[in-house]
Design a protein around this ligand. Sequence first.
Ligand SMILES: [Zn+2]
Length: 324
Amino acid sequence: MVRAAGVHPPRVAALVVLLALLGGCGQDMSGAPSVVSPGTDPSASQSVRHGGSGGEGQVGSPTSNATATEGRTGGGSPGLVTPSRRPVVGAAPPPWLGTRVLPRTADGFGQRRPTPPELVQRRFTLPDRLPALPGTGFASRVRTPAPASVIRRSTWQRGCPVTANELSWVRLTFWGYDDRRHTGELLVNRSAAKDLVAVFARLYDTGFPIEEMRIARRDELEAQPSGDGNNTGAFACRPTTSGSSYSQHAYGLAIDVNPFQNPYEKGDLVLPELASSYLDRSRIRPGMITPGGPLVRAFDSVGWSWGGSWRSLKDLQHFSANGR
Ligand SMILES: [Zn+2]
């Protein structure tokens, strides 16, 4: 994690916002925006869970369910909840998600706060932003280079350590906590696109749940930290700090998965700031990444390593091609 000290003041502000916004990443940055989309109201989520998902393909149970120790543990499925029964805690996003701004610390992050009860068993999936990919199983589409329209809504800008032509736009399907098939997107280094598709194909078979997968926008960099973001993302470009090195995310060679369930921790710092409940790794809940579990194995199969195995700090959400 790059600190703001020694950076020129205008950049401090921008960087601090970005750091707080993008969640945790050990030696680098995370793609975990905290801003909540308009589609995060609980009623929208309910309608998805109870059918009528607006054209999104509904499929049966994922295969290899029993192997998904990371993904499908932790109690009853939201999909089994009937409207007449009390909702499962954590199965719908609280209405305040992404709206409660945190005071900043001297380091520029949001103040660490206890995890709100609504998020201790976090297991909702936000509505898709993209049309569903056809089919009922795993599906992916890769476009290289990424379309200009996609680059424009990303954090890419001139001065990033990769050119726009070096990035691929990957769309793929994943399992939500709602036991449904979803379609998300990643912006990744073109050299990594094929490997990441292979990883997510494996994950799909395990049923590992993901809350949200989309490309972080540049305007999100200006948002105040709310400490409750949980986006799964890869490419995130930020300015250099006094010429120091870029994050692997700025090359599209790192990805953060379910940052809230898999926070970054260094000393007193926890990112996302409200995710401290998930520092207790003995209490396995859906979406958590575990040593030797399906997520670590899937990334290991393409040579990517896990920030959860670092010693100086833990970046539990982070996987990268070069181990940094
Ligand atoms: Zn990361």
